[in-house]
Design a protein. Structure first.
Length: 132
């Protein structure tokens, strides 16, 4: 029985005058191209998303502070108010947390922005300064 030997691309064998063709790499190249396009698109819109998220977090902290400490409503009710607020579409992504000992509400948009608002009886709810 004769055995056939398969040759790699570029090698020449005695039994075959032509090398074995390598499989097409178009799927891999397409996946790389799509990934690069997505990364470039994300880089172009990242700053705008970050600014909207910062405004949404600031709005959430301020309104959450007023809702929780001035109106004396539960934090879950304040969170529900944010979900229906416009705020450029970021209201539903804002999550609130409370530090009851310091009378502070923390609002955050995951991976993009966070903001806090403090309550005192003499000045009401006040946002912490933005940090650039």
């Amino acid at each position: 029985m004769a055995t056939t030997r398969r040759w790699r691309s570029g090698e020449k064998g005695a039994g075959s005058p032509y090398p074995v063709r390598q499989p097409s790499r178009w799927k891999r190249n397409l996946a790389i191209l799509i990934t690069l396009v997505l990364v470039v698109c994300l880089a172009l819109v990242w700053r705008g998303m970050q600014e909207k998220a910062l405004v949404g977090a600031a709005y959430g902290a301020q309104s959450g502070c007023v809702c929780r400490f001035v109106s004396q409503r539960p934090l879950a009710s304040c969170q529900a108010d944010l979900a229906i607020a416009g705020v450029g579409g970021t209201g539903r992504w804002v999550s609130l947390s409370e530090d009851a000992a310091k009378h502070t509400i923390h609002a955050s948009v995951p991976l993009l922005a966070r903001q806090s608002a403090d309550f005192s009886s003499d000045r009401g709810c006040q946002l912490e300064p933005w940090q650039d």
